[in-house]
Write a protein that binds this ligand. Structure first.
Ligand code: NAI
Ligand code: PYR
Ligand code: MG
Length: 607
């Protein structure tokens, strides 16, 4: 051996020794050791980290990085900057033949390169939201057993009774700060979809990150699988859930209770528990049981309430008529309609009306007709407040003729029940009739944007739960906005998650409603829109997050120390920025996620 080669060998071995000492690892695990001498398990572990979706840059690893990470040859030789990767994703997204295919494409991207996925979703939110959220997510929940390809979240079943803390502890991330849980019983307006409800939990949490920029590693979608009463699923050989009728009564309540306690035990009392798409009686039962005990929200009741009230505040602003003078007809007496009506009453009471005065002009119907005092039974006790002392009316058109509402809000899950006649009556009685067709997905909307505008000569103030395209009437382009709780829950979650309150009171939802309405007024100073456009939804979520955090801090409900002097900056420091987060350092240490982030393209935070 030549003398020089010997020197190189000694130098390398000495280097390996020093490096192994510094890294506190065994010599055959040392990254300085040539790859062929290193332990196979170490090489596999390294490769797993490089391709871990949380860090993976795919073809975005430079040659230098590939060399340092020992992955040369494991990616194609071309390098693609993140911008180039986004273009490639965009091309692929549009090349897919159907919305379901676009959804699946995005899921596989998410399971390969999380950061690229969120960057794409954030940049193209208007195109992507109808895919990862309503309406496509509804079709995904329906086809979930067929298209199931990877875990996506945690499945906690009735068979885990007694072991839920163990099941929750199986999730690989330990620092969990919000859980979105569904039992799949009322998925959008599509009914009982059992374990297929996983996609709705995933979709909601995707919006936490895409809109409110909550770091995705803090979030976990959950299905509480207690069976299903959907006969089609029960007889589907591919069904992925518990193939039994739903458990109910005490057995069901005990399961939910164990789940709540397990969340607190495994991830802490400050973990936000977001209830999604439970059946209305259960949704109200749990919010009444848990609101003062756990840090939880029911999105369908409370998130929708913020969003609905924000729309009504916009109606008040546009029509220049105080809310107390509007006659509001809620069609549907479920989580959504009741949640909004209760928050509307709270708002009116805050304006010095008595409860009796506040409910005077609020009417609610369900499938049986107008809710009146002579009802024998109220499935949901909260409904009693709105019962009218007058003869019942079953026919919706008749009722609209009689009470002449200025605001008509549908949340029934029954597509098309706002008929031409009903819409024409609304148009003849009001200069600007407000029509909210809140039901999801699109085919469940009570009317389309086109119908609402056509039958009111374009004068309607219209918003819908799922998106509708613009409508042209007499040469005027009318752009419908979206009355969806997506304007509320991401920001509320952000404000809550960075301030750690023990519980969440109804006032928080009032704060959120006013913030959304304020944003809309500022965005459309001279225009007649009920909500901001979706491209503004991330800014709305940030404003709501800051307002909620400020409120919780001012009310001494926050558990943060020291108390932040600039709440805007404080909230921002919690957020996820794809360009700043989750790059793999070139040593084999995981990055410290709580370390301060480098400064980026921050919002102007003048408190
Ligand atoms: N846009 C949004 O942000 C949200 C929309 N929703 C949508 O609202 C719809 C309803 O969901 P939930 O409030 O949970 O209610 P639900 O599904 O528990 O109840 C529906 C209500 O509508 C009533 N109803 C059914 N047919 C009717 C008819 N022909 N006339 C009058 N009332 C009728 C039922 O009696 C019941 O009171 C779903 O489509 C859901 O997707 C729910 C939450 C938020
Ligand atoms: C938007 C929503 O939460 C629902 O339709 O259930
Ligand atoms: Mg929902």
């Amino acid at each position: 051996m030549a003398y020089s080669q010997l020197l190189v060998g000694i130098k390398r071995n000495f280097g390996v020794l020093l490096c192994a000492k510094a890294q506190k690892c065994k010599i055959n695990e040392c990254p300085r050791l040539p790859r062929r001498y290193r332990h196979a398990n170490v090489i596999k572990a390294e490769y797993r980290k490089v391709t871990d979706p949380h860090y993976n840059k795919g073809m975005g690893y430079t040659h230098d990085e590939r060399q340092k990470l020992n992955v040369i040859g494991l990616f194609p030789s071309a390098y693609r900057s993140e911008a180039e990767q986004i273009s490639a994703v965009n091309a692929n997204f549009h090349a897919q033949q159907s919305d379901l295919a676009r959804y699946l494409y995005l899921r596989t991207l998410r399971s390969r390169q999380e950061r690229l996925y969120y960057r794409f979703v954030i940049e193209k939110i208007e195109e992507v939201m109808p895919i990862i959220y309503t309406p496509t997510v509804g079709a995904v929940c329906q086809a979930f057993s067929l298209i199931y390809h990877s875990t996506m979240g945690l499945y906690v079943s009735k068979y885990d009774k007694g072991y839920m803390t163990d099941v929750l502890s199986n999730w690989p991330n330990t620092d969990i700060r919000a859980v979105c849980v569904t039992d799949g019983e009322r998925i959008l307006g599509l009914g009982d979809l059992g374990a297929g409800g996983m996609a709705i939990s995933v979709g909601k949490l995707d919006l936490y990150t895409a809109l409110a920029k909550v770091p995705p590693q803090y979030l976990i979608p959950v299905v509480l699988d207690v069976g299903t009463n959907n006969q089609q699923l029960l007889s589907d050989p591919l069904y992925i859930g518990v193939r039994e009728k739903r458990c109910k009564g005490k057995e069901y309540e005990d399961l939910v209770q164990e789940f709540m306690d397990a969340v607190v035990k495994v991830w802490g009392y400050q973990t936000l528990i977001h209830f999604e798409d439970f059946s209305t009686p259960n949704a109200f039962k749990f919010i009444n049981m848990y609101q003062d005990k756990y840090c939880n929200i029911n999105d369908d009741i409370q998130g929708t309430a913020s969003c609905g009230l924000a729309g009504f505040l916009a109606v008040e602003h546009i029509t220049k008529k105080p809310l107390k003078d509007h006659t509001v007809l809620f069609v549907g007496a479920g989580s959504a309609a009741l949640g909004i009506s209760k928050l509307l009453v709270k708002e009116l009471i805050s304006r010095k009306l008595s409860e009796e005065e506040a409910v005077k002009n609020i009417y609610i119907t369900d499938v049986e007709g107008l809710i009146t005092k002579d009802r024998q039974k109220f499935d949901i006790p909260d409904l009693k407040l709105f019962a009218k002392d007058r003869p019942p009316v079953k026919d919706l058109e008749q009722l609209v003729k009689e009470i002449k509402p200025s605001i008509l809000l549908g949340a029934t899950g029954q597509g098309g029940i706002f008929t031409e006649n009903i819409l024409r009556i609304m148009g003849s009685e009001n200069e600007h009739p407000a029509i909210f067709a809140c039901s999801n997905p699109t085919n469940k909307a009570e009317c389309t944007a086109e119908q609402a505008y056509n039958f009111t000569e374009g004068r309607a103030l219209f918003a819908s739960g799922s998106p509708f395209p613009p409508v042209v009437i007499n040469g005027k382009r009318l752009i419908p906005t979206q009355a969806n709780n997506a304007f509320a829950f991401p920001g509320i979650a952000l404000g809550v998650m960075c301030t750690h309150p023990r519980t969440i009171s109804d006032d928080v939802f009032l704060v959120a409603a006013h913030e959304i309405a304020k944003y809309c007024r500022e965005f459309y100073p001279n225009d007649a829109a009920l909500y901001p456009p979706i491209k503004e939804a991330a800014n709305v979520a940030f404003s709501v997050g800051v307002a909620v955090a400020k409120f919780l801090i001012d009310e001494r409900k926050a558990n943060v120390y020291p108390i932040p002097t600039n709440v805007c900056e404080f909230v921002q420091s919690y957020q996820y920025y794809t360009e700043r987060h989750a790059t793999l350092p070139l040593t084999w240490e995981y990055p410290n996620m709580s370390a301060p982030l480098p400064k980026g393209d921050d919002k102007d935070c003048k408190n």
